[in-house]
Design a protein around this ligand. Structure first.
Ligand SMILES: [Zn+2]
Length: 179
């Protein structure tokens, strides 16, 4: 069972903010940045701060560990896209706590990078996977549908939580998300 870092809440009622523009384009494995992740958010806007915390990488969570990814604002029922060329690995369960067990939003998926993104892996939370395991997808290909994560926490801004790993080590995806 996958234990989320976000047992204590991962959302925001606050106004989403744009992060400042980056100065240097990232070149992970020689590739470009992430494709658009959510059909209702063309700029990959990251959730701003609210009483639950911030959508930024490493942001605190009251009574819990820090946030291990970034939160990409995403409206319910939006299509969710692969950020880079990848193989669909599996579905995941976000929370193991009883409050979330069996809820439609308690789901996500794992993608493993191919080509220039070999060695990278991404976990996307609150997304209902719509493609089969083992499928190869291009950046921007639809891989799922955004659930209603906010239904469990009134005032939350719905978002896809995105965790990036390189050679199985967690890394900060921010520079790949907002370039
Ligand atoms: Zn999050």
């Amino acid at each position: 069972m996958f234990q989320s870092q976000e047992v204590f809440g991962c959302g925001g009622g606050g106004k989403p903010r744009r992060t400042p523009p980056r100065r240097t384009p990232p070149t992970p494995g020689g590739s470009d940045c992430f494709a658009q992740i959510c059909s209702s958010n063309p700029s990959n806007q990251i959730r701003g701060t609210d009483r639950w915390g911030s959508g930024a990488y490493g942001a605190g969570r009251s009574g819990g560990p820090t946030q291990r990814g970034v939160d990409i604002v995403c409206a319910v029922s939006s299509r969710v896209y692969a950020p880079f060329p990848a193989t669909v690995v599996r579905k995941l369960t976000v929370y193991s706590s009883s409050r979330h067990i069996g809820k439609p939003y308690n789901t996500g998926l794992v993608l493993r990078g191919t080509g220039a993104w070999e060695g990278y892996e991404v976990k996307m939370f609150y997304v209902e996977k719509t493609v089969g395991d083992g499928r190869r997808v291009n950046p921007g290909a639809s891989v799922g549908t955004m659930t209603d994560r906010a239904s469990a926490d009134p005032g939350m801004t719905n978002h896809v939580h995105v965790e990036l790993y390189k050679d199985r080590k967690l890394m900060d995806p921010t520079s790949f998300v907002t370039c």
